[in-house]
Design a protein around this ligand. Sequence first.
Ligand SMILES: *[C@@H]1O[C@H](CO)[C@@H](O)[C@H](O)[C@H]1NC(C)=O
Ligand SMILES: *[C@@H]1O[C@H](CO)[C@@H](O)[C@H](O)[C@H]1NC(C)=O
Ligand SMILES: *[C@@H]1O[C@H](CO)[C@@H](O)[C@H](O)[C@H]1NC(C)=O
Ligand SMILES: *[C@@H]1O[C@H](CO)[C@@H](O)[C@H](O)[C@H]1NC(C)=O
Ligand SMILES: *[C@@H]1O[C@H](CO)[C@@H](O)[C@H](O)[C@H]1NC(C)=O
Ligand SMILES: *[C@@H]1O[C@H](CO)[C@@H](O)[C@H](O)[C@H]1NC(C)=O
Ligand SMILES: *[C@@H]1O[C@H](CO)[C@@H](O)[C@H](O)[C@H]1NC(C)=O
Ligand SMILES: *[C@@H]1O[C@H](CO)[C@@H](O)[C@H](O)[C@H]1NC(C)=O
Ligand SMILES: *[C@@H]1O[C@H](CO)[C@@H](O)[C@H](O)[C@H]1NC(C)=O
Ligand SMILES: *[C@@H]1O[C@H](CO)[C@@H](O)[C@H](O)[C@H]1NC(C)=O
Ligand SMILES: *[C@@H]1O[C@H](CO)[C@@H](O)[C@H](O)[C@H]1NC(C)=O
Ligand SMILES: *[C@@H]1O[C@H](CO)[C@@H](O)[C@H](O)[C@H]1NC(C)=O
Length: 562
Amino acid sequence: MPTRLVGLLLLSTLVSSRLFDPYPIRVVRQTLVESNGQADGKGDDVNVDASAHHFKNADGTIGMNVTSTGNATSGSGNAGIDNTASGQVGNNHIGSTGNISASGPNSEVFSDIFGDIYGEAMAINTKQQGKSFGTGDTQVQATGNANLTKNGVVSPSASDKNIANAGATGSENSQAEVSSNQILTWDQLIAQLYGHASGSGKTNAQANVDLGAGSQSNGVEVNGLVSGVNQNGGQVKAEVEGKGSIDGSGHNLSGGMNGAANGTGNSQLVGATNLQSNRTGTNTTISAFGDAKSGGDGDSAITLNSNTSANSNNGVSGAIDMQNSANGGNKNMTVQNGLQVNDNKGGTLAIGYGEIKGNGTENSAANIGVNSQYDQNGHAQVNTTGTGSAVSNNRNSSLTMEGNAQITNPNGTKSGTATASGNVMGAYNNLTGTNQVVVGNDGANGNARMEANGGGVGNSAAETKTDLILKNGNETRTSSVSGSVKATGDSTIVKSVSEVSDNNGVQTMSNFQHAVSNSKGSSSASASNSGWLKRRKRAGGYWEGANLWMPAFNVSNYYPEV
Ligand SMILES: *[C@@H]1O[C@H](CO)[C@@H](O)[C@H](O)[C@H]1NC(C)=O
Ligand SMILES: *[C@@H]1O[C@H](CO)[C@@H](O)[C@H](O)[C@H]1NC(C)=O
Ligand SMILES: *[C@@H]1O[C@H](CO)[C@@H](O)[C@H](O)[C@H]1NC(C)=O
Ligand SMILES: *[C@@H]1O[C@H](CO)[C@@H](O)[C@H](O)[C@H]1NC(C)=O
Ligand SMILES: *[C@@H]1O[C@H](CO)[C@@H](O)[C@H](O)[C@H]1NC(C)=O
Ligand SMILES: *[C@@H]1O[C@H](CO)[C@@H](O)[C@H](O)[C@H]1NC(C)=O
Ligand SMILES: *[C@@H]1O[C@H](CO)[C@@H](O)[C@H](O)[C@H]1NC(C)=O
Ligand SMILES: *[C@@H]1O[C@H](CO)[C@@H](O)[C@H](O)[C@H]1NC(C)=O
Ligand SMILES: *[C@@H]1O[C@H](CO)[C@@H](O)[C@H](O)[C@H]1NC(C)=O
Ligand SMILES: *[C@@H]1O[C@H](CO)[C@@H](O)[C@H](O)[C@H]1NC(C)=O
Ligand SMILES: *[C@@H]1O[C@H](CO)[C@@H](O)[C@H](O)[C@H]1NC(C)=O
Ligand SMILES: *[C@@H]1O[C@H](CO)[C@@H](O)[C@H](O)[C@H]1NC(C)=O
């Protein structure tokens, strides 16, 4: 049974104080000392307590202490503590709130405020922590603020943005946890924030964290969200962790994400974290974001891993990695992720994107990986890779792959795009492709390859194409190759390969087309290609021991930097 308990305390005292003026007259004044502590709790098991003490020391110093504490747990619903404490000695005033609530199958919350005025010195010490765990939805939310005033003037230190929220959803496991500690004195704030949320289960899972402390001119924020879904009740996992601290003017923030979405049919996994540190005259931000989708007729697995940090001494760094793997005949998948940084290196945006679409009748595998990184020296790297295949019997196969990476910083934009595509027909046929682009502060490298094989009873045909476009400011390097091959007859074999690569300006390309036809009646085989290649043709000939005509085509060229 939920119970409510209120610990309430109000105390006022008038303390006589003797002030010694330079004049030989003794003035006796009275100083108002007042304190107020109230903790109001909700839950199955609630403990609340408020106490205060007013005193005047032998040396004439007047002081007061106020404490307000609450503790609530619930095994069946909500638990909450609303806590306030304030106090006054003469014109010195302290005030603080600490409200925390948790919902979910099991909840525990705790809030404690200790306020203290001793002569002209004042301090507030607040602590809030809570967690919720079980299955389904869990959530913890805490807000608070603390302020010190002298004659109505607010202290240069302040904390009016204190927040610590975490929430999770998962049919098998769900937990959310926060803690927030603050010590506020006249000219300094020390704050420590922590939030963690994780959810796992069937069909969907999500986790979120939202933390904040300090003020507009000396404040921190840490936010994160991971959310995943699988259409057919597959296993999904989401986890976010955030930490933030203010130690006077030093800030230290970190964020982490983990996620997975597995299953058949459509899946999607998204995640984002943001770290923000505001100090007088300086904003520092690092955001990491990612989004992957998978669709097709087989199973797929998407993963997300990310870590970011922002430290007022060491700078900003972070990484996000997403992998998307799928099996099946047909697949349609994407991955996109990146980092946005605003720091004393002038800021960087780093983004990568990968996409694979494949069609076939037989099971085959594909994978896209996008990895974006940023380090404390201002170096970014985006690495997008793909491998894919499509396999069919008695039907065409098709495969298209695209990979992009881009970095923009004060030195301009560098980017790369690698695409590979192919179509093939034949009694049995397949396509396999790879692509990669790596873009860093020094420039872009990449490669792409597509191979088609077809053959068996009846006609076969194949075409493949690869393109690579690398840009560094207004300089563009392009490599492009395509080819096709066709064979008709009772029994045929075709093979088509297109390949391009560019590493540090060294471009290599290769194009290979090969057709074989074996027939009692008429038969033909042909091959052609185009691109940035000088054609070198070799005359076709008969394959030894058989009535096979083989037009061979194998070109490999080397181009220096343009
Ligand atoms: C008031 O708080 C101060 C600081 O924590 C402590 O040193 C002092 O003992 C407290 N006084 C009383 C009367 O509780
Ligand atoms: C909260 O209350 C429970 C039950 O009285 C107690 O065991 C626990 O120590 C308290 N926790 C805190 C942090 O005060
Ligand atoms: C100080 O904190 C108290 C308690 O939370 C609040 O009532 C009051 O408005 C605050 N004062 C200022 C100046 O922020
Ligand atoms: C930090 O600055 C940004 C942009 O000015 C603002 O939106 C945000 O609320 C600030 N955060 C804190 C904790 O003050
Ligand atoms: C998803 O599948 C991969 C590969 O089978 C496995 O390693 C991972 O643990 C799975 N994740 C979840 C959340 O089930
Ligand atoms: C902080 O960020 C905000 C919003 O991005 C911007 O408007 C403001 O000028 C920035 N302040 C400083 C000092 O860079
Ligand atoms: C090709 O694959 C897509 C995506 O998986 C699917 O929607 C489409 O029906 C497939 N096409 C054929 C001809 O199988
Ligand atoms: C691929 O999936 C996207 C949505 O994820 C959809 O809009 C698009 O039509 C699909 N393409 C094919 C060929 O199935
Ligand atoms: C890019 O990613 C691939 C696949 O994870 C990896 O094998 C390769 O080493 C990476 N390249 C760089 C330059 O990091
Ligand atoms: C920009 O280019 C200069 C000169 O090459 C180099 O020193 C600096 O590190 C570069 N900055 C970034 C952010 O890449
Ligand atoms: C594609 O077909 C070729 C020729 O039949 C074969 O050597 C290769 O193993 C096949 N690859 C896949 C992925 O099925
Ligand atoms: C790129 O464009 C800038 C400004 O338009 C120009 O100053 C620079 O010379 C160009 N660089 C090259 C390599 O063409």
